[in-house]
Structures are given as structure tokens and as C-alpha cells.
Design a protein around this ligand. Structure first.
Ligand code: MSP
Length: 521
């Protein structure tokens, strides 16, 4: 079977990581872990975007080489992904030789097939956004707004990609492939925007203006425009450039990508227009186009998370203060897939302390303590009574719902399914009151059956928590002393293995409090 191929945007190395970057990588990691749990081979690619004007400028400001600057920031990403448990299989750093070779090979091939041409363009140019501006970018007052930063008049020779040659193809492709972008409303947005895009795409920068990029193999006075370079990472690090090699065979097996996980800001035009048109020009068939999974943006107290306004939340500090489990759980729980969310430490603590601590943690703790106290860790149920069979059937239905939600990348919904399952199990503890059953010898069979049912429910809950909070889920399963259920089976089963003995309960979700002095600025 084809490996499940999942990628994220590659992060700019002009500034350190913030909460938005962490969210996207955790999201992709959860989906990757989920697919592995389903028994799928996974190829999870993420990395860093190291070229471009912003990196060159930041390096100049610090008086160091752009490579050194990009490497320094890349280290911060690498270290954060380690802390957050991001289980990527391959690392895309765009200064790597394998990537450079692939970009140059693609450029040469496109030029040979007349997809590229050289021309002179005169116009307004935004230094900050690294792009030429047209009248469409002017505000109602006729001026270019502050979002474009410094705007200069530029007269420049450059290389162009015949994007306009693809416009009919793209319109038809978007019409006939409604699942190219998830969520649906983003595909609608893309369709509308794509219809308005005219002209070709400038894919080079003269070295006199920008030297920090991949040189055009057929015109050494130019480097490749950073987006044309960056988008190619999705194939160059998957083996595309290694024609006739094992790497290329791997690429043929992996491609197309099942999820390009990206934020809403880079759908139009980069991933929604440029990228499919580039692939189309390279000769990829319609069926070989990737799937784009577009997530929303995190804000901080309603404001854009941005370096310039100083409200950056450092995910490494959050992970150190509250732990990786709480941070991963909160980000996945509070953002509805595709929608924006607002970051708050209060909510992070609330989600952790209530749903993980009070609900799941308490369920595991009570279940194991009672099993040890009343049955020396080893309940021996006879045939289960109807109400407990119904309870486990509801758990099996939850697993099915979870699988369908996670297949649709609705992680928040999958977590909600887990929370509902935990609440049902806690309700069973309260309604069946094992402490009362333990006092009545006539209820001995019922007590065994209830404890066994609770252990099985707790195991299912931990299984569903695995992709989101792997460390905590593994610890729960260790205490329960059972392996996770296989998500490939439709029914988790209703019996404990022969000779089952539970482990010792230890708190998995210690209560969190906001430390004196704030973590977020
Ligand atoms: N380098 C380009 C992507 C090239 S992909 C071939 C880029 N880098 S970025 O560092 O600015 O953004 C990386 C990812 O983080 C993007 O998918 C972007 O949407 C996402 N986010 C940036 N800020 C974000 C939030 N505030 N919230 C959620 N995601 C955010 O774009």
C-alpha cells in the first residue's frame, strides 16, 4: 500500500518559532501518529525555508552570513520539534544539496520545454513582501498600504513562468476536483481567486538585489524566487530528483501527498495556484495533485501573533512551564479544524486540569485503586450483564466515530469523542458505586464485571489519546498494564486477557497552575 504522505509548510528562518508554527507541526504530527496507529506506513516531511530576502536582510542586520543566520534559526525549530515530540521522518532544509539539485533540474527542464522566458518588467515593488505590486494592491486612497512596507520603483529583467498558460487547466481542475482543498469553503475561495489571476509568475531575482537563493542553472546572474524554490521541497525531499535511483522509486511510491498541512495565509496564490500549475507544467497528471489541508490562525488576546507587535508566545517556554502533554492537548482541542482560535493560558490550564486531570486521570486512578483494593489487581468477571455489554458497545461505537473523524482530519472532534467516552465511564463509576458493591457478597460477580468494564474503557480512552498526547497515553496504558487496542479492528473486545493484573496508579496529569509572573507577554 502507498505510504501515507504528510507534509507541513516549511517555516521561514528569518525569525524564531511561535505558537502558530507549533500548532501546525503538532497538527501534522497527530495525523501522522494516527495513521501509524492504523497500521499505515507514514512519510512525514517537515522543515525550514532558508532562502529569500528576509533571511538575507536579517543576516545583514546581525553582520553574519545568511547561512549562519538560517542555521541558527533552524536549530531553534529542530530543538522545539524535539521538545514537542514531532515524529517527522524527513527534514527539508532548502539549502541542502539534494534540494538545490532538484530545483535546478526542474528549472532546466521547464526552460527546455518553453515554460520559462526572460523579459523586462517595470513597476512598484514591495521590499517587505518581495513582490511587484499592481493597481489591485492599492488601497481605497490609491496608495499602497502599510502591509507592503517600503515600496520602490523598479525596472528589472527577470525570468518568468508561463502561469497564464495554466489558467484554463486550473479552473477546470478545481471544478472537477472538489476535494483538492479542505475545508470546502477554502476551495470556494480559491476558485474565485484563481479566476482573477492573470499574467505570468516572475521566478527569478537578479543577484544584484538578492544573492541568497538557488542560482538559475542557465543564467548565473539570477537566483530562484523563494516560493518557486520552497514549494519544490515537497518533492525534492521525497526523492523526486534522484532519477533512476532508489530515492526516485520511493518518490513514485509516496506521491501524491495525502495532506499538505498549511495555514490559510499561504493558500492563495502560493499553494492553491502556483504549486498545482508548477506540477502540471512538470508533467504531473490531475490524479497526481496533492491534497491541501488548510488550518486557521491562532491569535493572542484577539491580536495577530506577530514579531513586530511583540506578542509572540514562545512555545518552548510554554512546553517547559506546562509540559508538552498540556500544550499539545490544548492546541488540538481548542481549535476547530480550519477555523481561527485565540490563545489563552487560562484555557490551556482549564482543558488540562478538567478534561485530562479530573476526568481521564481520575477515571484511571479510581479504576486501578479500586481494582487493587477489592480484587488485588485482578478482576475475574463471568459473563457481563446487559448494561455493561451496552456500555462497551457504546465504546466500540466511539472508536468507529473517532476513526472517521480522524480520517477527515477533524482532530478536535476526535478528542471530543474521547472525552465523551471518559465521561460515560466516570458516570458508570458513580452509578454502579463499586465501594457499595464491595460490601455486599451477593454483588461479587457484579463488582468483577464493573471493574473489568472500567479497565477496558480506560484502555480505549488511552488509545484514542495516543496521537494527541503520546507520552501520557503510554503511561496510562503502562499503569493499566494492557497494550492499546488496534484501531484496525472495529470492535475493541470485551474481555481481559487471562491472568490479567493491573499496575499501580500514579498521577499522570498533575494539576497545573499559572506561575507567578506571566508566561505570555
Ligand atoms: N516559508 C513559508 C512557507 C513555504 S511552504 C513551501 C511560510 N513560512 S512561515 O514561517 O511564515 O509560516 C509557516 C506556517 O505557519 C504556515 O503554514 C503559516 O500559515 C503558519 N502560521 C504562521 N502564523 C500562524 C498563526 N498565527 N497561526 C497558525 N498558523 C500560522 O509561510
Amino acid at each position: 500500500m502507498k505510504p501515507f504522505f504528510i507534509t507541513t509548510a516549511i517555516d521561514y528562518t528569518n525569525a524564531p518559532p511561535h505558537i502558530g508554527h507549533a500548532y501546525e507541526k503538532i497538527l501534522a504530527d497527530v495525523l501522522a501518529r494516527y495513521q501509524r496507529q492504523r497500521g499505515r506506513e507514514v512519510f512525514f516531511l517537515t522543515g525550514v525555508d532558508q532562502h529569500g530576502q528576509k533571511v538575507q536582510q536579517s543576516a545583514e542586520r546581525e553582520g553574519i552570513e545568511p547561512q549562519e543566520f538560517a542555521d541558527r534559526i533552524s536549530e531553534k525549530f529542530l530543538s522545539l520539534w524535539k521538545t514537542l515530540g514531532i515524529s517527522y521522518d524527513a527534514w527539508a532544509a532548502t539549502t541542502a544539496p539534494v534540494h538545490k539539485a532538484a530545483v535546478q533540474q526542474i528549472l532546466t527542464d521547464l526552460k527546455d520545454r518553453d515554460w520559462l522566458y526572460k523579459a523586462t518588467y517595470s513597476g512598484h515593488y514591495s521590499v517587505r513582501q518581495e513582490q511587484f505590486l499592481t493597481d489591485k494592491e492599492r488601497g481605497p486612497d490609491g496608495e499602497f498600504g502599510p502591509e507592503w512596507g517600503e515600496v520602490i520603483l523598479l525596472d528589472e529583467e527577470n525570468w518568468y513562468f508561463r502561469l497564464s498558460k495554466c489558467s484554463e487547466w486550473l479552473a477546470k481542475f478545481l471544478e472537477t476536483h472538489p476535494d483538492f482543498v479542505t475545508p470546502d469553503f477554502r476551495q470556494t475561495e480559491l476558485k474565485n481567486a484563481a479566476a482573477k489571476i492573470t499574467g505570468d509568475l516572475c521566478i527569478s531575482r537578479p543577484k544584484s538585489r538578492l544573492s541568497w537563493g538557488i542560482e538559475l542553472p542557465f543564467d548565473p546572474g539570477f537566483v530562484t524566487y523563494v516560493w518557486f524554490d520552497a514549494l519544490i521541497n515537497y518533492i525534492s525531499f521525497a526523492g523526486y530528483g534522484g532519477e533512476g535511483t532508489v530515492a526516485r522509486a520511493d518518490f513514485e511510491r509516496r506521491w501524491p501527498c495525502d495532506h499538505h498541512v498549511i495555514g490559510k495565509d499561504i493558500l492563495i496564490p502560493a499553494h492553491g495556484v502556483y504549486w498545482p500549475c508548477m506540477l502540471h507544467a512538470m508533467g504531473f497528471a490531475d490524479e497526481q495533485m496533492p491534497h491541501l489541508l488548510v488550518h486557521g490562525f491562532w491569535s493572542l488576546r484577539g491580536e495577530k501573533v506577530s514579531k513586530s507587535t511583540g506578542n509572540v508566545v514562545d512555545p518552548a517556554v510554554l512546553a517547559e512551564t506546562y509540559g508538552t502533554t498540556a500544550l499539545r492537548y490544548y492546541l488540538m482541542r481548542d481549535a476547530v479544524m480550519g477555523r481561527d482560535a485565540d490563545f489563552s493560558e487560562e484555557r490551556l490550564l482549564l482543558r488540562h486540569n478538567t478534561e485530562l486531570g479530573n476526568s481521564l486521570g481520575n477515571l484511571v486512578n479510581r479504576t486501578l485503586s479500586m481494582t487493587r483494593r477489592y480484587r488485588e489487581g485482578s478482576p475475574k468477571p463471568k459473563a457481563l450483564p446487559d448494561d455493561l455489554i451496552a456500555h462497551l458497545a457504546a465504546d466500540a461505537a466511539s472508536v468507529k466515530a473517532f476513526v472517521s473523524q480522524m480520517d477527515d482530519a477533524q482532530i478536535h472532534a476526535g478528542i471530543e469523542t474521547m472525552v465523551d467516552l471518559v465521561n460515560r465511564a466516570n458516570a458508570l463509576v458513580d452509578s454502579s458505586a463499586p465501594w457499595k458493591l464491595a460490601k455486599d457478597p451477593e454483588q461479587a460477580d457484579r463488582l468483577d464485571a464493573v471493574l473489568a468494564t472500567l479497565i477496558l474503557s480506560a484502555r480505549t480512552a488511552a488509545t484514542l489519546l495516543l496521537p494527541v498526547a503520546p507520552e501520557a497515553a503510554v503511561e496510562i496504558l503502562r499503569q493499566i498494564n494492557l497494550p492499546a487496542i488496534a484501531l484496525t479492528e472495529s470492535d475493541p473486545g470485551d474481555v481481559l486477557p487471562a491472568g490479567y493484573q493491573c499496575g499501580e496508579p500514579k498521577p499522570v496529569f498533575p494539576r497545573l497552575e499559572i506561575p507567578a509572573g506571566e508566561v505570555t507577554p
